[in-house]
Design a binder for this molecule. Structure first.
Ligand code: PLP
Length: 394
């Protein structure tokens, strides 16, 4: 049975155009960009071009784009690299939203154990951060604020430019410098990522969420932002990320970014949004006792996340897999972890409901007939699982 893929927030299939651009760098143009001979220099030029493409997408200078081995690494570099570069007797203070990806949350928890002060910025019941709380949390030793642009589980979009404005006002009031990072991994396909418009100091991207290859990420670092490397060696990426560059991957990331910023992408966004809206409209109509998690309006156009009362999300995922649908209960990283999602808990969702959530994320290849098929299968699967669990609709 062909699998219907509804897990684009976890990863995306590589675009054929992207693959075509990568191919020469896997075999024919295999040189090391650090080599002086022409074989290496041709590859160095491709690296330079890729950096320029990412810089154009982000509206920054090419020298402000740093390639990494993943978005996880880029997030870690932003947090750990900034803290390591901090030179003061004062204990640094970090503020992160309550719905950050683990790639931000875990390095921050690690730093907290080492004595760094960490504050968690709460969100409202729709998953949008509370700007009034941010104003209260910023202090004279606040060094970093990190807020995810669009959440990977519930797709909620944060007001990054407004957050930046608050930070700037606080900087003036407290006469201090506060750096602002955003993880734009899920946003890059659908939202404006101009670092000038967002007014951020650092921004993370990942290639495999935008129809590019796995194992490539990038971090925008505004000129003048103090960062210490996490990996030492040959001094690549201006000394911030040693290791021979993954050229084919980087070329692929640039090709994927070009596609994401193209007019074609706007067309498929309209289609994806229509299909997503159909799911959001129809699921509660045909299945009783379901609740949408996260804001309806401030939401990525490809994200659906519902809780189905009386059912374990894991059981629903497995049953749907057997019927030929690939869905998720939340983030890919935590899908082997049966703890409640920290994202859903942050919205004030009761623990029981957090265990019954299902994430359906669409992409440019999603077809209307796949949605139709899913809407026929889902009610039957839910009904059967509710019978097994003995759940009675109130
Ligand atoms: N940040 C967000 C918001 C994500 O969704 C992911 C992937 O799940 C990551 C970071 C990590 O990306 P990567 O797989 O490139 O390490």
């Amino acid at each position: 049975m062909p699998q219907v893929y509804f897990d684009y927030a976890s990863t995306t299939p590589i675009d054929l155009k992207v693959l075509g651009e990568m191919r020469p760098y896997l075999k024919k143009e295999f040189g090391n960009p650090s080599s002086v001979h022409s074989c290496g220099q041709r590859v160095a030029k491709a690296l330079q071009e890729a950096r320029k493409t990412i810089a154009e997408f982000l509206n920054c200078q090419p020298a402000e784009v740093f390639f990494t081995g993943s978005a996880t690494e880029a997030d870690n570099l932003a947090v750990l690299g900034l803290i390591r570069a901090f030179e003061s007797k004062k204990k640094p203070h970090i503020i992160i939203s309550a719905i950050e990806h683990h790639a931000i949350l875990e390095p921050c928890r690690f730093l907290e154990k080492e004595g760094v002060e960490l504050s968690i910025l709460p969100v409202d019941k729709n998953g949008i951060i509370l700007l009034s709380e941010l104003k209260k949390l910023i202090k004279s030793n606040t060094l970093l604020v990190s807020v995810i642009y669009a959440n990977n589980e519930i797709g909620t979009i944060q007001p990054i430019a407004q957050i930046s404005k608050i930070i700037k006002e606080k900087e003036q009031e407290l006469k201090t410098k506060i750096y602002f990072h955003t993880d734009a991994v899920q946003a890059a396909n659908y939202l404006d990522c101009s670092v000038k418009n967002l007014a951020v100091d650092m921004l993370t991207l990942s290639a495999h969420k935008i129809y590019g290859p796995k194992g490539v990420g990038s971090l925008y670092i505004k000129k003048g932002t103090p960062i210490q490397p996490l990996i030492f060696g040959g001094g690549q990426e201006q000394g911030l990320r040693s290791g021979t560059e993954n050229i084919a991957g980087i070329v692929g990331m640039a090709a994927a970014i070009k596609e994401a910023g193209s007019p074609k992408a706007k067309i498929y966004t309209v289609k994806v949004r229509q299909l997503r809206d159909k799911l959001i409209r129809e699921i509660p109509r045909i299945i009783p006792a379901v609740e949408l998690n996260g804001s309806l309006e401030k939401r990525l156009p490809n994200n659906v996340n519902f809780s189905f009362a009386g059912i374990e999300g894991e059981a629903l995922l497995i049953a749907l897999d057997q019927k030929g649908f690939a869905v998720s209960t939340g983030s890919a990283c935590s899908s082997h972890n049966l703890e409640s999602s920290h994202v859903l808990l942050a919205l004030g969702i009761p623990e029981e409901r957090t265990h019954s959530s299902l994430r359906i994320t669409l992409g440019k290849d999603t077809a209307a007939k796949e949605i139709e098929k899913f809407l026929k299968v889902l009610p039957k699967v839910v009904e059967r699982l509710r019978e097994i669990s003995g759940y009675k609709i109130k």
